[in-house]
Design a protein around this ligand. Sequence first.
Ligand code: NAD
Length: 550
Amino acid sequence: MPRDNPRHPRFPIPGGPELRARGWRQEALLRLLENVLSVGEDPDNLVVYAALGKAARNWDAHAAIVRTLTEMDEDQTLVIQSGKPVALLRTHAEAPLVIMANCNLVGQWARAEVFYELERKGLICWGGLTAGAWQYIGSQGVIQGTYEIFMRIAEARFGGSLAGRFVLTAGLGGMGGAQPLAGRMAGAAILVVDVDPDRVETRRAIGFLDTVAPDLDSALQLIGEAQAQDRALSVGLVGNAADVYPAIAARGVVPDIVTDQTSAHDLVYGYVPSGMSPADVRRLRVEGQGQLMAAGRASIGRQVRAMLEFRAAGAEVFDNGNLIRTQAREAGVADAFDIPVFTEAYLRPLFCQGIGPFRWMALSGEESDIARIDDLVLELFPDNRIVSNWIRLARAQVPFEGLPARIAWLGHGERTRLALAVNDLVRDGALKGPVAFSRDHLDAGAMAHPNIMTENLRDGSDAIADWPLLDAMVLCASKADLVALHSGGGGYAGYMTSAGVTVVADGTPAAADRLDRSITNDTSLGIVRYADAGYEDARDAADRAGLLRP
Ligand code: NAD
């Protein structure tokens, strides 16, 4: 039975034992499509997150996808081009059920302006990576990533704890909305600025924000009091980051950690320039694109100058993957790239070992299935301190959104072990239904993105997109259930290429084979990518795993 969804009543949360499709594999993908809309930011417009990241091109395409998933057989493959189903082909029962390519523009034309034009004509859609491939699980999915970054900084700079530390950030949307909870879980006093009062209220209502301050002075006072008592606290503030960051700098206050997760990548559908409201931006989208882009860049320039001031004063400042430095450089901030990107600064050693955000979703809709898998993770990996600490924290503090789901940073071999053990639980009837596995795009083999994932690679291969293309082909050859290839849309046009994968554990031996090959080969290629780029850690990991590198 689907469950009511108070946030978006027209988009119930899927679940229950009844199948509408001809098998669990098809049903699983259908439920995941329903799920991304149920936890999305603006499902009436098919928008899931990242300003314009959509689950399907339009409502006709959505209806055709739903109909096809319901009626197709296991030996068929549904082909989706930028959110629109274009063919149902006869393949074989071990081939992917769905393959998709989203938003891939030919190099010369891979620019924001061309994307917006094609999107207006209805020819393309930005899949936002996990939106278009139906893998998004709400803000809960990004909490661990943000928490891990905070903890890496705590270890490197603050003696392992953020108690008494002030974190300043902005953006409370689909991804950014995780920041206040992740900051609080890391023990910090965190201030999160968002220009849209509705987004602030949404994160307050689910308890990610402890409180919303009426103005900047009150916000800084609350933060200061929490710091003095080493008390974790998350404070929201309605305001424009381009105004608030410089205002904090002007007061001489220096946070310990500064970042930003507004939709700075998209100057037409995302970032709100100083002096404008989200409604002003909506009005200007069609007629005033040029004006919006110029005003957005100028505002980002001011925000990033303040971030550089904080850095000069000793704060730990980083770009959290939203192109804010790129936009600032175009606005004339020549030293914007003095700010490091989070992947290079904190996460690359993990990627070298194939460790990254791996996620699983209980298709039954039952929270007890995730609780059982939490126990299993603790049983299987008692010595993995990061993962066991995270599972205990997440159980206590991360509320479920949509289909009950969990994400944890597991590595090569660990992921496969877990997936196979879960498949056994499904087979034995220990869970109420099958479980789908996927992983994020911030993962070793998944993404070429020279301003986020592959910045400053040791061998200079930052801009080479062969690796995600190879990954997608490897995943098809490894029998994954869904394989997706994406490039960037909106302001990300021309900036990235990425591969996504979903595999369903339905308890059958065939599922065990699919899980084993897909998950193992995905992390294998990730390790090989970093080994090939010259990272010793990755070469060692490849040797330990016995990976054959001709
Ligand atoms: P979103 O569009 O759902 O939310 C963006 C938020 O920023 C909105 O709430 C908006 O009101 C707010 N905002 C816009 N301009 C502002 C301004 N000037 N001042 C204050 N608030 C402002 O986007 P999202 O899904 O939360 O993603 C945020 C960014 O993070 C995107 O660029 C996205 O691509 C990027 N991202 C990073 C990672 C990562 O792992 N680091 C992962 C996914 C997405």
